[in-house]
Design a protein around this ligand. Structure first.
Ligand code: C2O
Ligand code: CU
Length: 481
């Protein structure tokens, strides 16, 4: 990966704590016992100001915005087939919405201001209600002033269990985030700084797992853990290596994938992306191993240490099956699919990438009204925020192939709401696992083809999940009609 702008982490300067307590509190072991019959599950969710001890003493707690005033917010958990009714209340001083990232739900429940609903003013409520069609690891976050509201801590996990989950010893969710804090552990202002918008986004200076700078994660030899990773950072890409372990990826963005070890031993997650891992604890009792991030060249850091108890759980890891049942996603028919193209352009050094790719995208903008602050473009158009023409219109019920061209010098995690898509190819090479995703990380100058059945009608947000890029125009609408 190219060296990004302003990414230096200073977490080693901070005193850090153990993940065990916080993680255990937030991510209970799933009981393997019988579950309630599918039905209506009601939740209440409040966005509020709060405080979080991201760093241990001597640093003070950080003022945050969070669901229930905590980071991460309340975990919402249900079983595939349930209907969720979430009564959301906005106790923040600003308007907001809730978007259910990766969930295939009716358009009116999608939480996009000016497109699917009006923002929820301070003191008001909104009821979100939808069926949990897919099992998997999802998350929720606001879609209003997203770059600021996420950076302040508004996010939570939405876990939909399979009716018959695979057997594991522990089922754990880690919400990975980075924060830009000042010397008093306060969230730095300066959201949507021009340099962040035009480069790699707002990268932080500390990294948290479930809301704390974690020192260690306790395991036992012979244990099998289902580890659900969620990248909630505004802009940071993670590329994690579990030293001494061979995790198997069993789902990406909540959707099952053929179990496989990651390429190059690295679990790569762009902003908003998820991976479900089977982590078999093959280390010896008493061992300590490092979980290290390699996303940014010259800037590796240790996320935490995996610390083995002196007593093993069992002599060897179990051989229980790990493959997940498929979700009910319609299979696109590539032979008859309609073809579309979206070219992403703009940003710092974008012109030279366009030239290198034989494109002159930005130059074709002549005649368009350019707003101040437009930095990024989809097919030559920057998001206006409201009532704009769709970037693409997909005929409902049909198969579609979208070719996406990243004619820029930066990575972009491109997210489509309301659907999941198959990755068909990258740079003209067939994708080996044809994974289903809701967000695809495009490298600079990379081209990818995705395919989907447009089976969910409505105007759907389609945007980069580097949230400062959204502020610079890297967003649009895909209309399914
Ligand atoms: Cu997770 Cu439109 O976003
Ligand atoms: Cu981007």
């Amino acid at each position: 990966m190219s060296k990004p702008f302003n990414t230096h982490l200073s977490r080693r300067a901070f005193v850090s704590g153990s993940l065990a307590g916080a993680a255990a509190a937030l991510t209970p072991v799933i009981p393997q016992a019988a579950r309630a019959a599918p039905g209506l599950r009601e939740f209440s969710l409040t966005a509020a100001e709060g405080q979080a001890a991201l760093l241990s003493a001597p640093y003070p707690a950080t003022n945050i915005w969070g669901y229930a005033g905590t980071v991460p917010g309340t975990e919402i958990r249900a079983t595939q087939g349930d209907r969720l009714r979430i009564t959301f209340t906005n106790d923040l001083p600003v308007e907001t919405t809730v978007h259910w990232h990766g969930v295939r739900l009716p358009n009116a429940m999608d939480g996009v201001p000016g497109v699917t609903q009006e923002p929820v003013p301070p003191g008001n409520s909104f009821i979100y209600e939808f069926d949990a069609v897919d099992a998997g690891t999802f998350w929720y976050h606001p879609h209003v002033s997203t770059s600021q509201q996420l950076a302040r801590g508004l996010y939570g996990a939405l876990i939909i269990d399979e009716p018959d989950p695979i057997r594991v010893d522990r089922d754990i969710t880690w919400m990975l985030d980075d924060w830009r804090l000042d010397g008093d552990a306060a969230v730095e202002g300066g959201f949507d700084a021009p340099g962040d918008i035009s480069h790699a986004g707002r990268l932080g200076n500390i990294v948290t797992v479930n809301g704390i700078v974690a020192e260690s994660f306790a395991v036992q030899s012979g244990e099998r853990i289902r580890l659900r990773l969620v990248n909630t950072a505004n802009a940071r890409i993670f590329a994690l290596n579990f030293e001494g372990h061979t995790p198997q990826i069993i789902a990406l963005d909540g959707q099952p994938v053929a179990p496989h070890a990651p390429d190059d031993g690295l679990i790569v997650l762009g902003p908003s992306m998820r991976a479900d891992l089977i982590l078999d604890c093959t280390g010896a009792p008493g061992a300590r191993m490092v979980l290290r991030d390699h996303a940014y060249r010259g800037n590796t850091f240790d996320l935490l240490q995996i610390v083995y108890a002196d007593t093993p759980r069992r002599a060897a890891v179990p051989d229980w099956p790990v493959a997940l049942p498929a979700n009910p996603v319609s299979e696109p028919d590539l032979a008859v699919a309609a073809r579309h193209e979206v070219v992403f352009s703009g940003g710092m050094m974008g012109r030279s990438v366009e030239r290198q790719m034989g494109l002159e995208v930005s130059n074709s903008l002549l005649g368009r009204l350019r707003r101040d602050g437009d930095v990024w473009y989809l097919n030559g158009q920057a998001a206006s925020g409201r009532g704009e023409d769709p970037v693409l219109t997909l005929t409902e019920g049909q198969s579609h192939i979208i070719s996406m061209v990243n004619a820029t010098a930066f990575h972009h995690p491109i997210h489509l709401h309301g659907h999941v898509f198959r990755v068909v190819s990258r740079n003209g090479v067939a994708a080996p696992r044809r994974e289903w995703l809701d967000t695809i990380l495009l490298a600079p100058a990379e081209t990818a083809e995705i395919a989907l059945v447009a089976d969910n009608p409505g105007d759907w947000a389609f945007h980069c999940h580097v949230l400062e890029h959204v502020s610079g125009g890297m967003a649009g609408i895909i209309r399914v009609a």
